[in-house]
Design a protein around this ligand. Structure first.
Ligand code: ACM
Length: 533
């Protein structure tokens, strides 16, 4: 044996006795507790995903699908494989004293994820998914570790407006994949607005035949006057079959979909489809420019019958408990101007138009309650007296900073989605001239991360009323999926951590260093992200 060979053998022996430290991969949102230990686990040595209770069978399929994306091919078996080379999925009440938590134990040969429910198990699975992806360049080797984790808020949502611009089914699925990857649990699907009705309703085919198509669209920013139009008809919608497929796709990935059907305003596309719903008797078209339409539903029995039928179809399509009824920005001029509406108000003993708005929404909410559904509405819904189980989505801090507290004091649960922080249609750079056209505003990554959704002076007595938070993605200026991604990424990663990770465990520079590792994720999944950070 010559000297060169001897040295090589010695080096190899040294490496075998003293394996190099492997880097702990990035995880976003940051887990509650991470304890790395001696030893390493290699995903490539592992062969099986194991589960013991039928409840966890679907989770095993979920993990297999996720790891399969990186070429890690495992079989699934219903057994305990703690002693074999496997990933063990365990649903057990003793996961922790803490409900909604999960524990991941990565040993040298096997991994165990223990959780008290299927959805908590799936959060653990997404952590394993991230550990596998971000260890790919290290040969899928990670340090042994114990992770205990749980969400800060029970509601962690992302919204998407598909009325202003329709987004293809495959993109909706990709959006859902991303929400799941980042441990969000709700997708708020804004299906209906003045500029297009995008959900098939079997009883009212004109909602999609007429209401899903606008004859043209305003060009450029709405504030650039005079407005010019492109002259090109624009439209599309989701069939109920497509919606069922998307709901199933989302449920498998731990995401509940909340459909939004706007009442009483933002209803121009509906009124264009069925003019009997409106207040003026005039035939109108689907709106072709951005902004808020003055058209609003009337109070006739035929209108409520129409809405009950629409909401019945929506309620039977979407299995989740929540249905969003909009309720924002209802311009009431047509109500004020109509002698018919004013007479009806008198008969009902309703004194003002804010109260009339609540009367309108309560009728739908009462109807949905009989079907076991609970409404969510934008914060205007508390301008009058609304059912106390209506959930208030707080967005207008600029009107009243205390709306969230006011709603909570009145007994409402609240979801925080403040315009100044979580409107991802706002610019993310001050260099607006070199940015793609956006609605306005400025919300950089650090302001998403550093501002807490709970208002600073929020009375902690009412903290249990805060369900969580959400970012909104209005698509007036996002005509394509690529543009939606550009506006959403990476701000969504900051939001995921704000909503999941305890406030005292968040650190922006640490977040940024993990975010850099996530460039691999953007590349791997072909995500068009903004690179300002
Ligand atoms: C909203 O931004 N109109 C809720």
């Amino acid at each position: 044996m010559n000297i060169k060979n001897t040295i090589i053998i010695m080096v190899l022996l040294l490496m075998a006795c003293n394996p190099q430290e492997v880097k702990f991969p990035a995880i976003i949102p940051k887990p509650d507790n991470i304890q790395t230990m001696n030893g390493q686990f290699n995903f490539k040595d592992c062969e099986t995903i194991c589960y013991q209770s039928e409840e966890a069978a679907e989770s095993a399929e979920f993990l297999k699908l996720l790891l399969g994306q990186y070429g890690l091919d495992y079989k699934i078996e219903k057994k305990d494989c703690k002693k074999d080379k496997g990933i063990n999925l365990v649903i057990s009440d003793e996961a922790s004293a803490d409900k909604n938590s999960h524990i991941i134990s990565v040993g040298k040969k096997s991994i165990e994820i223990k959780a008290s429910s299927v959805s908590d198990l799936k959060y653990g699975i997404q952590t394993i998914n991230q550990l596998a992806l971000f260890s790919k360049e290290n040969g899928f080797i990670i340090p042994c570790v114990k992770i205990t984790d749980k969400p800060r808020f029970q509601y962690r949502g992302m919204h998407l407006d598909v009325s202003r611009h329709y987004m293809p089914v495959d993109f909706i699925k990709k959006y859902i994949d991303n929400l799941s990857f980042l441990k969000f649990n709700y997708f708020h699907w804004h299906l209906v607005d003045d500029q297009g009705w995008r959900i098939e309703i079997k009883k009212y085919p004109d909602l999609t035949r007429i209401g899903s198509v606008r004859k043209e669209t305003v060009i450029g920013h709405l504030s650039t006057k005079p407005n010019k139009y492109d002259g090109v008809p624009y439209g599309n919608y989701y069939t109920q079959e497509e919606i069922k497929d998307i709901i199933e796709y989302a449920a498998f990935r731990n995401i509940t979909i909340i459909p939004e059907i706007e009442i009483p305003g933002h209803s121009q596309a509906a009124i264009a489809s069925y003019p009997f719903l409106g207040c003026t008797g005039k035939k109108i078209e689907v709106m072709t420019r951005w902004g808020i339409s003055p058209n609003i539903y009337n109070l006739e029995d035929t209108t409520f019958k129409f809405l009950f039928n629409v909401f019945d179809e929506v309620a039977s399509l979407f299995p989740g408990k929540f249905i969003h009824i909009g309720g924002d920005e209802a311009i009431k001029d047509q109500w004020r101007a109509s002698s018919r509406i004013n007479n009806q108000m008198k008969e009902l003993g309703i004194e003002d138009y804010e109260e009339l708005q609540s009367y309108f929404i309560n009728k739908i909410a009462d109807h949905l309650a009989k079907k076991g559904k609970q409404i969510i509405g934008w914060d205007e819904i508390i301008e009058g007296n609304i059912r106390s189980d209506a959930i208030v989505m707080h967005w207008r801090a600029w009107v009243d900073e205390n709306i969230a507290l006011k709603a909570a004091k009145r007994g409402h649960q609240v979801i925080l989605t403040p315009t100044s922080r979580y409107y991802f249609d706002y610019y993310q750079s001050e260099d607006m001239e070199n940015e793609p056209l956006a609605i306005g505003g400025y919300i950089p990554l650090d302001s998403v991360y550093l501002c807490d959704p709970v208002p600073e002076d929020f009375d902690t007595v009412y903290m249990d009323k805060i369900l969580g938070g959400q970012a909104n993605v209005w698509t007036e200026y996002m005509p394509t999926p690529e543009q939606v991604e550009y506006m959403v990424f990476p701000r969504i990663l900051a939001l995921s951590e704000v909503l999941w990770t305890a406030k005292d465990k968040r650190d922006f520079s640490d977040f940024l260093s993990r975010l850099r590792e996530f460039e691999l994720y953007f590349k791997e999944f072909n995500i068009n992200y903004a690179k300002h950070y």
